[in-house]
Structure formats: structure tokens, C-alpha cells
Design a protein around this ligand. Structure first.
Ligand code: GDP
Length: 173
């Protein structure tokens, strides 16, 4: 029974991209009291009758060495990109490739890539940004269609966050 399964979501990305804000938004915590991640936390909560565990490890360079320790138990990687930090897009893309897409231990993983902070991205810039991220990552060439998803969200306002949870619980585990 699918509903008996705990879905383990590993939320990763560069520091300051908004992982903690999105995690808290997912279980409706006060997002104004968020401080940058300094370690890992496990946050189990219910969504649509499912149990979800969010693992927020932290994206600082010193913490990236710990990411691999979580891979074996991970069902979904949620990769957060700071949509405002254009000067760090390349670093985010290369980390995603190196630490996630090219990892044999993560073969078959579900990958959810989000461009965060869309509340500060003008409406007419959103779709072009999404297209350019999509082109840069080439995920359609590397993963099965139903195994990855790219969307714009705002952890701050909650825009798009519900869609993420719906996507996560509608995969096959
Ligand atoms: P983490 O280091 O990836 O866990 O990032 P945090 O969740 O701590 O967020 C880093 C900073 O970005 C904080 O100042 C947040 O308030 C801010 N932030 C996070 N998400 C959003 C968002 O969707 N919109 C805006 N405008 N700011 C955000």
C-alpha cells in the first residue's frame, strides 16, 4: 500500500537558495522566522494522506560532503535554485550535475528542480528563465519524462509549493 510508505525527500541546492524557507512552507510553519540552514533536520509531516520526510542538509561548501550519506534512502531530490542569484546559476548547475544527475547511487531517483524566489521575478521574465534553465540542465536528454520536473516557486509567498507536493505524492514508489 502506497499510503504506508514514508516518502523521503532530500532538499538540496546552494546555500541561501531558500531550502529552509520552502521546507517550512511545505508544512506551513512561520516562514519569517527562518535562518540559514546550519545542519540537517528531519521533518516528517502528512500530505494528502501520505507521510513525507524532508531532509534539509544545508548547501554550504563544508556541508556538501555529507550529501552522499543520504542518497541510499532518498526517493526524491528537490533541487533549489535561487532565481535571483544569476551569478551563481553556473555553480548550481554544475553541483546538480556532479552531485545528483551523475551519481550512480541515485539512478532512478525522482528529481524536482525548482527556481525559487519567483515573487521577485517579473512575470515576463519567468518563462524565459525557466526555458534557459531547462536548456542548460538538459534533463530531458538524461532522465525519463516522469522522473523530473522543473517549476518556479516562492517559498516566501507559497506560490507553486502545493504543486511540488502534489507532484511528489503522484510518483510511483
Ligand atoms: P537556505 O540556506 O537554502 O536554507 O535558504 P533560506 O531558506 O535560509 O533562505 C535564504 C534567504 O532567502 C532568506 O533571507 C530568505 O528569507 C530568502 N528567501 C527564501 N525564499 C524566498 C522567496 O521565495 N522569495 C524571497 N523574496 N526571498 C526568499
Amino acid at each position: 500500500n502506497k499510503k504506508d510508505k514514508i516518502i523521503d525527500v532530500l532538499i538540496l541546492g546552494l546555500d541561501n537558495s531558500g531550502k529552509t524557507t520552502i521546507t517550512k512552507r511545505m508544512f506551513n510553519e512561520d516562514v519569517d522566522s527562518v535562518s540559514p540552514t546550519v545542519g540537517f533536520q528531519i521533518t516528517p509531516f502528512e500530505y494528502g494522506g501520505y507521510s513525507l520526510s524532508i531532509w534539509d542538509v544545508g548547501g554550504q561548501t563544508t556541508l556538501r560532503a555529507f550529501w552522499g550519506g543520504f542518497y541510499d534512502s532518498t526517493d526524491v531530490v528537490l533541487w533549489v535554485i535561487d532565481g535571483l542569484s544569476t551569478e551563481r546559476l553556473e555553480e548550481s548547475f554544475s553541483q546538480l550535475n556532479e552531485k545528483i544527475v551523475q551519481q550512480d547511487r541515485l539512478a532512478g531517483i525522482y528529481l524536482l528542480v525548482v527556481i525559487n524566489k519567483c515573487d521577485l521575478i517579473p512575470e515576463d521574465k519567468r518563462e524565459p528563465l525557466k526555458q534557459s534553465v531547462s536548456r542548460a540542465l538538459k534533463l530531458q536528454e538524461r532522465l525519463d519524462d516522469d522522473h523530473w520536473h522543473l517549476s518556479l516557486v516562492s517559498g516566501k509567498t507559497g506560490e507553486g509549493v502545493d504543486e511540488l507536493l502534489k507532484w511528489v505524492v503522484s510518483r510511483d514508489y
